[in-house]
Design a protein around this ligand. Structure first.
Ligand SMILES: *Cc1c(COP(=O)(O)O)cnc(C)c1O
Length: 391
C-alpha cells in the first residue's frame, strides 16, 4: 500500500523536534551537530532570535496579501538586494526551481523583444541541479531526473562541466543564454574556476547572450562573499537565489539587470505567494545579518579554520576520504568509502552531513557556527570515519 506521504524521498530514521543554532534535537533527546543546515537553508542556524522576531511580529499583523497590492516588506527586501548586488530589479518566488522557471522565461522574452526570437537555447552543464520543475529538470538534463517525464521542455544544450571550448563551439544564432552554478552543489561541491566564469562572461558579451547564474545553494554568504560570483569579479545578467535567503522560510528570488529584465512587463509573470509579507520580513532580517562585511569576514575566518581541520581529517583517514573541496562554508569531502556509508556513520556519531553526486559528502554548516562547534564537528567526523574503517 502506498504510504500516505508520496514516497519520493529516502528518509533517514531521524525525527528532529527542535533546533538551536547549529544543533538539532531528536525526539529521543539526542543532540545532533547539524552540518547540513537543511541543505544550505538555515544560513543563520536554527531559531535565530532575529528571524524568530521578524517572523512572529509579522505574523501578528498580516500573513498574506495579493501582489495586486503594495507589499512594503517585499519592496524593502528588493531594495536591499539591489543595493548589495549587480541587480536593478528582483522578482520573488517561493523556491529555487520557481526561480529557474522565471530565469528561463526572462532570457527567452529578452531575445523575443529584441527582435531575435530564434534565440531560445540555453547552454547548461552536466552535473547541474536547477530544481524539479519541468524547466529545472530539462535544464539539468540528467537521466536520473528526467527519465519517464517526457516530453521535456525543449531548448537546453548540455555540455561537459568546465569545458569552455565546448561552450565556444556550441554558441550559435539560436543561443539565448548560459546557465551555470558557480559552485555545483548536488553535483558534488564543484567550484567553477574563476577564470572559467570570466571566460563565460566574455563569451556572453561577445555574442550578445545572457549569463544566468544559479546561486540557489552557493549564494547568501555561503562562500564568504554575499554571492559566489563576486570571487571571480564578474556579474551575471540574471541570478537565481533561494535556500539561504529565507533562513528556513520558503523564499526565492530572481535578480536581474534592467536590460535582461526589459521584456518582463506587467502581466508577463506572477505568483500568488511569491514575495509574501512573512517571507520577505524574514528575508530582510537574513540580509541585514549576512550582507554585513563583519559577518562575511567571520564566515571566511571560520571557513579557513574548518577547511584546515578537514585537511587533517582527510590526511588521517586515507581509506575513507580522498580530498576536501569547495568554497567558504560550502565544503565537500570526496570519499574513497561509499559516501552514503559515511553519512550513516555520521548519524551514529550524531553529526549531520549531506550526500552529493561524485561520491561526496557535503558540509554546509550554519554560517554562524562557533569555533567550539567546528572542533566538535571534527571530533564527530573522526568518530564516523573510524567506524567506517572498522566496518
Ligand atoms: C536546491 C536547488 C535548486 C532548487 O531549489 P528548490 O527550492 O528545491 O526548488 C535549484 N538550484 C540549485 C543550485 C539548488 O541547490
Amino acid at each position: 500500500m502506498i504510504p500516505s506521504v508520496l514516497p519520493t524521498y529516502n528518509r533517514a530514521p531521524l525525527n528532529f523536534v527542535k533546533g538551536e543554532g547549529s544543533w538539532l534535537i531528536e525526539a529521543d533527546g539526542r543532540r545532533f551537530l547539524d552540518l547540513g543546515s537543511g541543505i544550505a537553508v538555515n544560513a543563520l542556524g536554527h531559531a535565530h532570535p532575529a528571524l524568530v522576531e521578524a517572523l512572529t511580529s509579522q505574523a501578528q499583523n498580516l500573513w498574506h496579501v495579493s501582489n495586486l497590492y503594495e507589499i512594503p516588506q517585499q519592496q524593502a527586501l528588493a531594495d536591499k538586494l539591489v543595493a548589495e548586488t549587480f541587480a536593478d530589479t528582483v522578482f520573488f518566488t517561493n523556491s529555487g526551481t520557481e526561480a529557474c522557471e522565471l530565469a528561463v522565461k526572462m532570457a527567452r522574452k529578452y531575445h523575443f523583444e529584441k527582435g531575435t526570437p530564434e534565440k531560445v537555447e540555453i547552454i547548461t552543464f552536466e552535473g547541474s541541479f536547477h530544481g524539479r520543475s519541468s524547466a529545472g529538470i530539462a535544464a539539468a538534463g540528467s537521466e536520473k531526473m528526467t527519465k519517464g517525464f517526457g516530453p521535456l521542455l525543449p531548448g537546453f544544450v548540455h555540455l561537459p562541466w568546465g569545458d569552455a571550448q565546448a561552450v565556444a563551439a556550441t554558441i550559435d544564432e539560436n543561443t539565448a543564454a548560459i546557465l551555470v552554478e558557480p559552485v555545483q552543489g548536488e553535483g558534488g561541491i564543484r567550484p567553477m574556476p574563476d577564470q572559467d566564469l570570466k571566460d563565460l562572461r566574455a563569451l556572453c558579451d561577445e555574442h550578445g547572450i545572457l549569463l544566468i547564474l544559479d546561486e540557489v545553494q552557493c549564494g547568501v554568504g555561503r562562500t564568504g562573499k554575499l554571492f559566489a560570483h563576486e570571487w571571480a569579479g564578474i556579474t551575471p545578467d540574471i541570478m537565481m537565489v533561494a535556500k539561504g535567503i529565507g533562513g528556513g522560510f520558503p523564499l526565492g528570488a530572481v535578480l536581474a539587470t534592467e536590460n535582461a529584465a526589459s521584456g518582463m512587463t506587467a502581466g508577463t509573470h506572477g505568483s500568488t505567494y511569491g514575495g509574501n509579507p512573512l517571507g520577505c520580513a524574514v528575508g530582510c532580517a537574513v540580509m541585514d545579518h549576512v550582507a554585513a562585511p563583519e559577518f562575511l569576514a567571520e564566515v571566511n575566518r571560520k571557513a579557513g579554520l574548518l577547511r584546515q581541520k578537514l585537511e587533517g581529517l582527510v590526511a588521517s583517514h586515507p581509506a575513507v576520504f580522498e580530498e576536501v573541496r569547495g568554497s567558504g562554508l560550502m565544503l565537500g569531502l570526496k570519499c574513497k568509502a561509499v559516501n552514503a556509508e559515511v553519512v550513516k556513520a555520521g548519524y551514529a556519531a550524531e553529526v549531520i552531513t549531506v550526500p552529493a553526486a561524485d561520491n561526496v559528502i557535503r558540509l554546509l554548516p550554519a554560517l554562524t557556527i562557533s569555533d567550539a562547534d567546528i572542533d566538535e564537528a571534527i571530533l564527530r567526523l573522526e568518530a564516523a570515519a573510524a567506524a567506517v574503517e572498522a566496518a
